[in-house]
Design a protein around this ligand. Structure first.
Ligand SMILES: Cc1ncc(COP(=O)(O)O)c(C=O)c1O
Length: 390
C-alpha cells in the first residue's frame, strides 16, 4: 500500500495486510511456506562473508520474516523472533538476558510453568529469583538489588487477573539499570502496546489469540532497539526456531484476530456481568468489570479486554468445583485458551507466595465464539450442580 497521508490505518486493516507484500511474490495474497534447512550461496566469496539475506533455516525464512514483520508492526518493536511455544517465548529471553550471579524479580501471579522454569533451571544456573506482589507498583524499587537485571511482569495476572502498574514498574526498573519483560498474551498488542508503557521485551503465547484455533503451539518475542541485538543473539545461539507450517498458521490467524478478539471481548464481558448476579457466585475476577479493584488502572492503560476471566464460587471446595465442571456440556475441560471454543478449568493457587483469601473455589472460563445465550445456559447448569453439591 503506497498512499501515505500520515494517518495510521485501523488495526483490522493493518492485520489484514501487514508482513507480506503480495507483489513481492508473484501477486499471491499469502506468503510462501518455505521449508528449509540448507540455503545455497552463489559462490565461495558470498559464502565466506555470508553476504546474502538468508543463510540457514534456523536464522529465518521468508515465512518467518512475514510473521515477525507483522508482529513488529503491531508491537512497534525493532525485531521479533518466532519460537515453537509460548513457554519457549518466556524461557528464551530469560536465558538470553540473565547470567550466573544475576537477580530476577518475577510477579508472584505469573503463569505457573514460568515459575517452574525460574525455580528449577534459572536457579540451577546461578540466578537469584524473587517474586513480587502484582500490586507492588512503584514499590518495586525497594525490591531491586544491585544485581537485578530483569523484572518479569504479566498483566493481568494468570488466573486471578490483577492489573499491574507497568509504567511505574518500568520506571523503577530502568532507574536501577534493569530491563522489563512482559508476558502480554492476555491483551495481545491490540489491547496493550507494551513497549509504549516502558516494557523492553514483550512476550506472546501466539498459541492463544494469534493462532486462535487450538491447533498450533507458537510464541513470539519482540524487543525495542536496545534489547533486540541480544534477543536475536540468544535466538540464534539456542536454535529454538518455529517450524514453517506453524508460523504460516499463526500469520493466517493474525488476519482475523481483531474481529475474533472483539467478539471474545463482548461475549466475555456480557457473561462476566451476568455471572456477578448469579446465585452461588461470590465474585467475578475480570478487570473490565467496574467492580474489579484494578478497574481504573485497567481503563488507564488497556484498550480492551480479551475472553478469559475467573469466577469465585461462594464457599465449598473441590467437590463443588468438580460438580460445576462436570455439569458443563458446551465448555470443554482443557488447558490453554484463545481458541474459538469455550473452556473451563479449576484454578490452583498453591504455588503463590502472596496469599489472597478467596470465598471458595475459583473457576477460569475462556469464552469462545459460541452464542452467549447458549454459554449462559451451560454455566447456569454448572452453577445449579455446584450449589447442590457440598
Ligand atoms: C500467560 C501465558 N503465557 C504463556 C503460556 C504458554 O503458552 P504455550 O501453551 O504455547 O506454551 C500460556 C499458556 O497457557 C499462558 O497462559
Amino acid at each position: 500500500m503506497t498512499r501515505d497521508n500520515g494517518r495510521i490505518k485501523g488495526v483490522n486493516t493493518r492485520l489484514a495486510h501487514s508482513g507480506h507484500d503480495p507483489h513481492g511474490f508473484h501477486g499471491f495474497v499469502n506468503p510462501p511456506v518455505v521449508h528449509a534447512s540448507t540455503v545455497l550461496y552463489p559462490n565461495a566469496a558470498t559464502m565466506a562473508a555470508r553476504a546474502q539475506k538468508y543463510t540457514y533455516g534456523t536464522r529465518g525464512t521468508p515465512t518467518t520474516d512475514a510473521l515477525c514483520a507483522a508482529i513488529d508492526e503491531l508491537e512497534g518493536s525493532a525485531g521479533t523472533i518466532a519460537v515453537p511455544s509460548g513457554l519457549a517465548a518466556v524461557t528464551i529471553p530469560l536465558l538470553g538476558f540473565l547470567s550466573a550471579g544475576d537477580h530476577i524479580l518475577i510477579t508472584d501471579s505469573v503463569y505457573h510453568p514460568t515459575r517452574h522454569f525460574a525455580d528449577t533451571m534459572l536457579k540451577r544456573l546461578g540466578v537469584e529469583v524473587d517474586y513480587y506482589d502484582p500490586h507492588v507498583g512503584a514499590g518495586i524499587a525497594a525490591l531491586i538489588k544491585p544485581n537485578t537485571k530483569v523484572v518479569l511482569t504479566e498483566s493481568p495476572a494468570s488466573n486471578t487477573f490483577e492489573i499491574q502498574d507497568i509504567p511505574a514498574i518500568s520506571k523503577a526498573a530502568h532507574a536501577a539499570g534493569a530491563i522489563v519483560m512482559m508476558d502480554n498474551t492476555w491483551a495481545t498488542p491490540l489491547y496493550f502496546k507494551a513497549l509504549d508503557f516502558g516494557v523492553d521485551v514483550t512476550i506472546h503465547a501466539a498459541t492463544k489469540y494469534p493462532a486462535g484455533h487450538s491447533d498450533v503451539l507458537s510464541g513470539t518475542v519482540s524487543a525495542n532497539a536496545d534489547c533486540w541485538p541480544r534477543l536475536r543473539e540468544a535466538f540464534f545461539t539456542l536454535g529454538c526456531c518455529a517450524g514453517p507450517d506453524d508460523v504460516y498458521q499463526v500469520l493466517r490467524g493474525l488476519r482475523t484476530m481483531g474481529v475474533r478478539l472483539a467478539h471474545h471481548e463482548k461475549s466475555a464481558l456480557d457473561i462476566a456481568r451476568w455471572l456477578e448476579g448469579q446465585p452461588g457466585v461470590a465474585r467475578v475476577l475480570h478487570p473490565g468489570l467496574e467492580s474489579h479493584p484494578d478497574h481504573e488502572l485497567f481503563k488507564r492503560d488497556f484498550g480492551g479486554s480479551s475472553g478469559i476471566f475467573s469466577a469465585v464460587l461462594s464457599g465449598g471446595g473441590q467437590n463443588k468445583a468438580h460438580a460445576f465442571l462436570d455439569a458443563l456440556e458446551i465448555f470443554g475441560l482443557g488447558y490453554s485458551w484463545g481458541g474459538f471454543e469455550s473452556l473451563a478449568v479449576p484454578v490452583n493457587l498453591s504455588d503463590r507466595k502472596v496469599v489472597t483469601p478467596y470465598e471458595g473455589p475459583i473457576i477460569r472460563l475462556q469464552i469462545g465464539l459460541e452464542d452467549v445465550a447458549d454459554l449462559k445456559e451451560d454455566i447456569a447448569a454448572g452453577l445449579q450442580a455446584a450449589n447442590a453439591a457440598e
